[in-house]
Design a protein around this ligand. Structure first.
Ligand SMILES: [Ca+2]
Length: 233
């Protein structure tokens, strides 16, 4: 009797053990353990967060690349526009004339002649004695004269006089000449031009940093000639 009970008990235990093992394998095959402990769950969470951040960074990078491409296109348009602008304002000057601002200028450094001769000299070259309708034109002419290599005490004829009416200064092209700064200089602390029938021609006075003064028209100085710009663009 005891032997029978023992055998039955062993069979029961073996059967239970087999059933227990096969059930565990089945569970693990379909539902593998997600996280053995809490630290594993935290690691997964951090990895997921990193993955999301990387995705966001990639999207931002794509958007930034798009913005940079748009900026490059805009800069290319601006560059093209400037290139076209420079080409269209290109000025061609004949002979010894050089382009300054909107005009062509020629300072005949080796010539010393009176004002009337200077006017004819420039007209023979197809131009006129230089006139300055605004401060920019005057600044361009001064820049040319000051860097031309002539003596700082030299003098230069320009195209202005008060031949017709004393004190009424006009350019050779007929317009009234501007007065005061920055065109005219001072002589003995008095602003030029002064009322003086002996001084009816305008010149750039080297001793006064080439600002304009009036002088007797028979002085023999250097002519500054000008030709209206011809555009090539
Ligand atoms: Ca005068």
């Amino acid at each position: 009797m005891r032997l029978t009970v023992a055998v039955l008990w062993m069979v029961a235990v073996t059967t239970w053990a087999l059933e227990e093992n096969s059930g565990s394998d089945l569970y693990d095959g379909h539902f593998p353990p997600l996280h053995p402990n809490c630290s594993q769950s935290l690691t997964d969470l951090l990895l997921l967060r990193q993955e999301i951040q990387l995705k966001e960074l990639k999207q931002a990078e794509q958007e930034s690349a798009g913005i940079l491409r748009e900026m490059a296109d805009i800069l290319a348009d601006i560059k093209g526009s400037l290139t076209r602008s420079n080409t269209s304002t290109g000025i061609s000057c004949p002979g010894n004339f050089k382009n300054y601002g909107e005009n062509c200028l020629y300072l005949a450094k080796d010539v010393g002649i009176n004002w009337e001769e200077a006017l004819l000299f420039c007209q023979d070259l197809g131009g006129n004695l230089a006139v300055f309708r605004d401060a920019n034109a005057f600044a361009h002419a001064l820049g040319y004269v000051k860097t031309s290599g002539i003596a700082k005490t030299g003098n230069v004829w320009v195209g202005g006089n008060d031949h017709s009416v004393e004190g009424e200064w006009r350019w050779v092209t007929g317009e009234h000449m501007p007065r005061g700064t920055p065109f005219w200089g001072d002589y003995n602390y008095v602003r030029e031009p002064v009322q003086n029938t002996a001084e009816n021609c305008a010149f750039l006075h080297g001793a006064d940093d080439f600002l304009m003064h009036d002088a007797p028209c028979d002085w023999k100085v250097i002519p500054l000639c000008e030709i209206s710009a011809s555009r090539t663009g």
